[in-house]
Design a protein around this ligand. Sequence first.
Ligand code: URP
Ligand code: ZN
Ligand code: ZN
Length: 471
Amino acid sequence: MRTLISNGTVISSDGGIAADVLVSGERIEAVIAPESDLALGLRSSADVVHVDAAGRYVVPGGIDVHTHMELPFGGTYASDTFETGTRAAAWGGTTTIIDFAVQRTGEDVRASLDEWFAKAEGRCAIDYGFHMILGGIDETCLKEMDSLVAEGITSFKLFMAYPGVLYSDDGAILRAMQQAHDNGALIMMHAENGIAIDVLASEAAARGQIAPVYHGVTRPSRLEGEATYRAIQLAVVAGAPVYFVHLSASEALAHVAAARNEGLNVFAETCPQYLYLNLEDHLGAPGFEGAGYVCSPPLRSKHESHHADLWQGLRTNDLSIVSTDHCPFCMKEQKELGLEDFRLIPNGLGLVEHRMDLIHQGVVAGEISLERWVETCSTTPARMFGLYPRKGAIAPGSDADIVIYDPSAKTRISAQTHHMNLDYSALEGWVLDGAVETVFSRGRAVIYGGAYHGSPGDGEYLKRGLSQCLI
Ligand code: URP
Ligand code: ZN
Ligand code: ZN
């Protein structure tokens, strides 16, 4: 059976056009001029399901390249499983995630990856791939990188933060980057100077400063800037590309922009929390409420220019992608682990369901164009992580991952109504302009009529190619 999505405006990273989209099985068969004989014939054909998208945008399904379903962290696990988290993603117009498998220090890379495959297999509502976190770089692990690349895991995250847990020192980082130079992988960097942060955090705790806000106070933006600069130098020495995850600070962005101006293969993503939330009002909320906003890097001060600079970075492409770093922990029994000490609050926010709406709100506010919305949330993620043009495009032959988006509807955010397995919302009560109406995942309508129509296991594992963004 074929489906024709007609009368909508197809938005791509090049612009918007009035076009009908013909879906056949799991793929897009054609993008057709709406008044053409072909379109008119298909609209009246009894063999074609007709979906009217008048007044709607028709956009490629969102790709969230930074999620942590079921991540073990601080003695607990991120509260979304692959089943609940990918279903929530679908509700929000995201049809692909790339999650992080984790090799902890001392563990075998292969065994760790197999653990993540087992967690995801048969459970996902949408397609998924993996990056690999390397938390213990040694000779065996470096060799494993090559075999993983050959198997479609072409990006590796390293941490300059979290000493004793996932931290890599400069030598280890350089070795991994050298290996990436040889095998074509992309190194993804969590850039915060964790050694210095641990000193500041211990000092604060010793002074009795244990409230959630001190998580942010002890992770100053300069220490993200410093680590970002250092990682860029290491990447240049190794001759490898580097991609900064969850960039939050003006200082870090300035180093990325300077490197890009030099023509280096340096890339960065930011996340909605760093565009909308801040240290004083959210992390510094009364009582223990701020725990719901603890993530690393932390939310930055509203008295500095981070928000404006990050929106600017999205306009100039110094920030090429918006991901969520979806890593939800419930307030009850999870965030509460840090009631007596901010250092014990599990780090992370749950936003996988809201990314497309939040960045569309940036269009409404005049921060970015509609084309840039699609580019940062779908097309560049596909290209950066070796999935284009199968994903990230509305074009003949691409997977029929399609979102019909109603710009005149409203999205009301609340823990009572969201679909993430999370007992609070960092955006409780927010009302956004625009709403996801219908979502196709590989040709199957999984969200329509205000309901979910998919099942666990609809999503397939994606073997990825090398990054298609390198110059
Ligand atoms: O707070 C965060 N970001 N939690 C997830 C782990 C990470 O560093 O991405
Ligand atoms: Zn990180
Ligand atoms: Zn993360």
